[in-house]
Design a binder for this molecule. Sequence first.
Ligand code: TYD
Length: 206
Amino acid sequence: MNPGKLIAFEGIDGCGKSTQLAKLAERVRAADIEVCITAEPTQFETGRKIRAAARAGKAIAPEVELDWFLEDRRIHVDRVIGPALEAGQMVLCDRYTLSSVAYQGARGLDPEAILRAGEAAFPLPDLVLLFAISPREGLARVAARGGVSEPLFENEEFLESVAHVFDSIDRPYIARLDASGDADRLETEVLDRLERRLGVALRRGI
Ligand code: TYD
């Protein structure tokens, strides 16, 4: 039904997924494939509400947090992802359903229930690139780009739980990548997965 492809980039903060998304987008464009680059939380009102609450350090119940992310995803699918897929584009999405599974799962909600509900409500991804890195290394990268605002220990403890849930998710559309170390090596891995899983070859052109 949808001629397009949906590729989600997932992992804990500092895993390097956004860098890899940008690198892949460049290659997709160079191959003359129409690409849609997008992210969650979105820039719509629903996403801005989430970011504003996070910045204010507001304590939000996990159920409410999940509702907010789902509301934002619904808008995102309606306005951006759905139309792009129908137009046959390759959608590169920075965070999607598995972020809700892992982050809200780490806050105590049932990961499997979030995953099943997400799969029923939203387009299934053709591929999820799941970037695995230790929370310590991820946080060091976030700190290096000047992004840490909460106590390191608390963050690390929480991200350990998030990483644990990411590790436990089992779906055929997930490709796991070791995200520690070099970005160029990781890019090669990403291209390998695209070729093997989706039959999309992007090595030439750049
Ligand atoms: P953002 O500043 O965009 O971080 P990043 O660049 O790491 O994606 O904020 C996204 C935060 O929101 C991130 O910490 C993960 C969290 N999140 C959830 O908890 N649930 C979700 O469903 C999504 C999409 C994100």
